[in-house]
Design a protein around this ligand. Sequence first.
Ligand SMILES: *Cc1c(COP(=O)(O)O)cnc(C)c1O
Length: 430
Amino acid sequence: MSALDHSHSHALFARALELMPGGVNSPARAFGGVGGEPIVMARGEGQYLFDVDGQRYLDYIGSWGPMILGHAHPEVRAAVHAAVDRGTSFGAPTAAENELAELIIEAVPSVEKVRLVNSGTEATMSAIRLARGYTGRDRIIKFAGCYHGHVDSLLVAAGSAAATLGAPDSPGVTRGTTQDTLVLRYNDVEQLEATFAQHGATLAGVILEPVVGNMGLVKPSDAFLEALRRLTTKHGSLLIFDEVMTGFRVAFGGAQALFGLTPDLTTLGKIVGGGLPLAAYGGRREIMDQVLPAGKVFQAGTLSGNPIATAAGAATLKLLKSDPPYSRLEENSARLAAGLSAAAQAAGIPHQLQRVGSMLTLFFNDAPVTNWDTASKSNTARYGRFFWGLIERGVYFPCSQYEAMFVSDKHTREDIDQTIAAAREVLARL
Ligand SMILES: *Cc1c(COP(=O)(O)O)cnc(C)c1O
């Protein structure tokens, strides 16, 4: 018996099911990984979400990453309001685009020039096209379990034992589109070496999440990072860091700043748009100057660099720069990680707590999770029961074992302790 009232939420979602496929505009929201029905939200404030039945949740999804400053931050809201009053879109250059581009270039080590787009998917799609255009080569390496948006040629994730030419993951994606995508195992240096030895001259680039959030939190090994940079340089392929999730999250300059390793191209999204639809790709000047109209690689967008989204992004980055939250986030996230791990330990539940900065995952798994082969052995049924137990206690974790959770700068030490106490109660009953 649930202590919560979901009657308004249920009615709205029942109607949504008739209006939209699966009742949602993005599948990650559909609760497929935990069972049951999504909760319809009414508003967010700071570290909280409020559902349409008036119940409050401590939010550890943060819109899947963007809300590092919490929901409805007053300064971000003010910047958005001011931008709206000046007009919502001009299709012409604005000063605000310079401001955001400068903030990005200053923060992210690999980015000398940047192009603003509307979604992370668009950023990775464009980065791949640019890598192919710049190198004159066709093949791309991606890693099983890494998500790069719903770009056709990257919708191949099947964790295969060997380097295989990709077979599409979705109906509607043709074999032709994915035949130049090689899918390898994350953290497998030997397989990467062998693939470069065999295909090096045909490889346009390697794309990866430098810290994976999209199979739950998985860290790259030092040897893996070293091999990626060494092999791409040696074979004239581009190293593409998909920092849509990690950019401005694991450090202000992203994972590349944290690891001190500079890729050739970087994709950004989520935080860079401050909760509005904005993303970006950038890199070395000489590569970016291949993009139209400076160069010949086509990429365009009616709403790219939109004034409202740009204002939200710039306001967010300025706040992150003037009052860096990263040491506070580290402290609270380490506390949360230790507490969750201890709670699982006390309940005798096999688990792995994996974390980088304010991104973390409690895997119900016997072995350390280093790639999709190990991640996919997690106990997802147990995760579903864990998730719903936390919801009952007013704590909103990711609705899938295979999504990282995020701590925001608004989460207090008391919030963290309350979350640990709730998890302890739930885990003791699993
Ligand atoms: C979210 C995400 C994307 C896709 O971004 P969208 O804005 O949802 O298209 C791409 N790459 C990574 C690493 C992501 O986390």
